[in-house]
Design a protein around this ligand. Structure first.
Ligand code: GLA
Length: 387
C-alpha cells in the first residue's frame, strides 16, 4: 500500500538590512515571508529519491543510500543530494519529493535556503528524528558550501529554520551572526508595507563574485589582525582604513562597519515605528552596497531609483546577495491598498505601475512588484504537516 503524503512549508526571507555581513560575523535583520516552498513527501520502498517540481523538468532520480557527490549534479537535485547526505547518519528509505513554490528562484529571496532547509526537515520528519532549528541551519549552510559551491553565511537557513518559533511569528529577526544569537524585532511599521521589486535580471556570476568578496574581506581582516571583519568597532574605522593598502579592502571594510551601524539604526526605527528613519537606512545601505561593496547592478540601481521617485516610497535597497535579483522598498500602506489620489484604481497598482514604467525606461526590462508580509507562523495542514 502506498504510504501517505506529508507536507511542510519552508518560507523565503527578505533581508531588511545587514547585507553581506553574516559571513563577516556581523549583525543582520532578515524576516521570513509569507511566500515560500511547499514540499510534499512520502517514503518509497525501492530506495530511490524521486524529485518533482511544478513547472520544471524532473531531475534524474538517485539512490538514497548513495546521493550524488558535490559536482555530480547541475540541477536542483544537487541540493537534494546534499540535503540527503547531510541529514542522515545512517541509511534510510527512499522518498518521493514534490515541490511547489511561489518564490522567484535565485533572485535574492532565499529560494535556495528555503529548498535545502525544507528538504532536511522533510527527511528528518520521515525518519522520525527532527533536528533543532540551529542544527537544520548548520547542515543547510554546509550543503550550500559543498554541493552548491557558495560560501554563504548562516543568515538565510537560520531565519528560515527558526520561522516556526512562536516568538518569531509575524516578526523580523535581529541575528548576531558571530554567536549566532537572535531576537525578535517588530517587522512592520504601522501604515507602511514592505514591497519587493524583482528586476527579473539573472544573477550572473553571483556565486563566484560572492565567494570573491568573502575572500577579499577575510584577507582584509587578516591584515588588520581581526578574527572577522565585523569585529572592528566603529570608532576604530578611521585608523583601520589607514592601515589597508588595497583600495578594495578599504571599501569592503567601510561597508561592513557602516552597514553594522545601519542594522542598529533600522532595529531602532522599527521599534519606534519611524518610517522616515527606516527609509533613510535603506537608501544608505543601497548606496554602500553599490559604491563600497560593489554588488549592485544597473538593474538594481534603476529599480530602486524608480521606487524612490514615487512619493509614497520611504526608501529602497537591493536585498540578498545582489548582482541582479530583487530589491525592497518601504511604501506607505495607503498608497498600496487605498484608492489613488487621482481616483482611478488602487494606488498600489499606481506604485507598481510607476516602478515598472521607470524601470522599463531605464533598463528595458519588465519588473515584478509585489508586497510581502512577515511569515505568520505554522499552521497544521489536513495532510498532517508540522508547519
Ligand atoms: C546570500 C547568502 C547569505 C548572505 C547574503 C548577503 O543570501 O546566502 O548568507 O551573505 O547573500 O547578505
Amino acid at each position: 500500500m502506498a504510504q501517505s503524503w506529508q507536507s511542510l512549508f519552508s518560507p523565503g526571507r527578505v533581508n531588511l538590512v545587514g547585507e553581506h555581513l553574516d559571513y563577516h560575523g556581523g549583525p543582520v535583520l532578515p524576516m521570513a515571508i509569507d511566500r515560500g516552498i511547499r514540499l510534499r513527501f512520502r517514503p518509497r520502498t525501492d530506495g530511490l529519491v524521486v524529485l518533482a517540481s511544478e513547472g520544471h523538468p524532473s531531475p534524474e532520480p538517485f539512490a538514497a543510500a548513495e546521493p550524488p557527490a558535490p559536482g555530480q549534479r547541475a540541477d536542483w537535485s544537487a541540493a537534494a543530494a546534499g540535503a540527503l547526505a547531510l541529514s542522515r547518519e545512517a541509511p534510510g528509505p527512499g522518498l518521493d519529493l514534490h515541490l511547489a513554490s511561489d518564490l522567484p528562484t535565485g533572485s535574492g529571496l532565499s529560494s535556495s535556503a528555503a529548498l535545502i532547509t525544507g528538504l532536511i526537515r522533510a527527511v528528518r520528519t520521515l525518519d522520525g528524528a527532527p533536528l533543532s532549528p540551529a542544527e537544520v541551519a548548520g547542515r543547510a549552510q554546509a550543503v550550500e558550501h559543498r554541493w552548491l559551491g557558495v560560501a554563504c553565511g548562516i543568515m538565510d537557513p537560520w531565519v528560515i529554520a527558526h520561522a516556526a518559533d512562536p516568538a518569531m511569528a509575524g516578526r523580523a529577526m535581529r541575528l548576531d551572526c558571530a554567536v549566532p544569537e537572535h531576537r525578535a524585532v517588530p517587522a512592520e511599521i504601522p501604515g507602511t508595507r514592505w514591497v519587493v521589486l524583482d528586476t527579473r535580471a539573472p544573477r550572473t556570476l553571483a556565486g563566484s563574485a560572492y565567494n570573491a568578496r568573502r575572500a577579499a574581506g577575510e584577507a582584509a581582516a587578516r591584515t588588520l589582525g581581526l578574527p572577522r571583519l565585523a569585529a572592528l568597532p566603529a570608532e576604530a574605522l578611521h585608523d583601520a582604513l589607514a592601515r589597508l593598502d588595497d583600495p578594495e579592502h578599504r571599501r569592503l571594510l567601510r561597508h561592513v562597519v557602516t552597514e553594522s551601524a545601519r542594522v542598529d539604526a533600522l532595529e531602532a526605527a522599527l521599534r519606534a515605528g519611524d518610517a522616515a528613519a527606516a527609509g533613510r537606512v535603506l537608501d544608505a545601505s543601497h548606496a554602500s552596497l553599490r559604491d563600497d561593496y560593489r554588488v549592485s547592478s544597473p538593474e538594481l540601481d534603476a529599480i530602486t531609483d524608480a521606487a524612490r521617485a514615487h512619493p509614497a516610497c520611504f526608501g529602497a535597497r537591493m536585498t540578498g546577495a545582489g548582482f541582479g535579483g530583487c530589491a525592497l522598498a518601504l511604501v506607505e500602506a495607503g498608497a498600496w491598498t487605498g484608492p489613488s489620489a487621482e481616483g482611478h484604481g488602487p494606488a498600489g497598482a499606481d506604485f507598481a505601475a510607476c516602478v515598472a514604467e521607470g524601470y522599463r525606461a531605464a533598463a528595458g526590462r519588465e519588473a515584478a512588484v509585489f508586497p510581502v508580509r512577515p511569515f505568520a507562523g505554522p499552521s497544521r495542514s489536513r495532510e498532517g504537516a508540522t508547519w
